[in-house]
Write a protein that binds this ligand. Sequence first.
Ligand code: SIN
Length: 515
Amino acid sequence: MSDEDVDVLVVGAGVAGLSVAAGLAATRRVMIVDKGDGSTRWAQGGIAGAVAADDDPRDHAADTAAAGAGLCADRPLAVLVEEGPLRLAELIAAGARFDREAGGALATTLEGGHHRRRVVHAGGDATGAEVARVLTAATRGLTRMGDATVVELTRGPGRCGPQVTGALVRQGDRLVPITARAVVLATGGIGHAYPASTNPAAVTGDGLALALQAGATLTDIEFVQFHPTVLHTGGRLGQLPLVSEALRGEGAVLRDAAGVAFMAGRHPLADLAARDVVAREIHAVLQRDGVDHVHLDATALGSELLRHRFPTVLAACAAVGVDATREPIPVAPAQHFLCGGVATDRWGATDVPGLYAVGEVAATGVHGANRLASNSLLEGLVFGRRVAARLTLELPGAARGTLPAAPIARVVPRSADVAREVLGRYAGVRRSGAGLAAGLAELAALERADGLPAPTEWTVAGAVLAAAAARTESRGCHYRDDHPLRSEWWRRSVHVHRAETGLPAVVVDDVASAA
Ligand code: SIN
């Protein structure tokens, strides 16, 4: 066992974690710990921002709030849309090569729920890879432990009572205790707490489980977004290739087995309705026709545009024998994004001293009940920079001393497959009270049967099922067959906390949101 002592430990190396690290690199001792490939590198569509002359951050906020179905928090949302263009400009100054029009202006595209073309992109449909390239370069001199998992957060006495003081990290067969004045969770979403997801395999919800066990509050985690168009590869599970929504932005159309463009007439934005709407319509077609996929027809876009704008999608299709320039692409919804997460303020602070969260693992309130397309890389850039600013103020100078540390959270991977299967079965595109109760009972029985500490997937599945069971309405990407309508009373949040034993406990806000 060796020992490390740093100012800030950043857990995760996607857009959010690297933005925090880059913002602190010059003035604080930062260490980055990451499990491996996260979601950032796989992001296709782009980054939303009111950068066009005819756009306005207020219009971006209005589209985000409409997708968020009444639960977006006003002030964090204003931060997102107003600071977003500044962060984009900084990224460009740092060397990011976004696609441009012939005249030199940033090229923008349209995605679901946006009323303007405001999604900037790089490499056609390889935006995340370009963002990762630039931020990785900006953090190159920092200490980084790759292929490493945080197995415990530790705490000790702080200025105002107990606080998080570091983490125990497993890398291969060594355990490394790290003492830190602040720990920033930037671990991404919960993709592989589900059987199939667009997220890479390392994304299992570790940050949520660690935060919960450290005593932090999770919020809005019943809002799990399913991307409507994920490449259907004969029922394969695990990480599945995304078929970017930007294809529909450029004119691709969803068709059923008979070739009917079924979104027309179902919503004023047709194929470009918000993701929850499109995912549910696809789900209805799958049930009606007894099939496991529909088709996305992009052939009318022409092979030149497809090759130029969507090389990643074309390559993924080619790998399963589909020529997307000549034939429709088989697609079905799959888990994509968690809209809620660890509750934070607008500077990334959780309700546990010393613990911060940023990016998909965090819930700042910007996404409400459903995230608008291409707001996720944006969130990582904007709030990553804010966490760095907050920590620069909170951790003046470099005075340190090793704080006594005691383990408070241990995540032991076990029973993961069963929890994954339970979450996929009961907390998918459509849910019901009976199903959610059955899922919770199955998880509880699983825990009683093995009597061992809960694995990440069990904790995450229990938290999502409990939150979804509590919300007895349909809103955004949470749809209940037994409560199909949106209820004004439910303009409030569901919070999830650690329980002394068993499944996480749920508390419903006693006041409605002012948003
Ligand atoms: C996409 O390209 O369809 C995904 C973009 C996003 O999730 O925001």
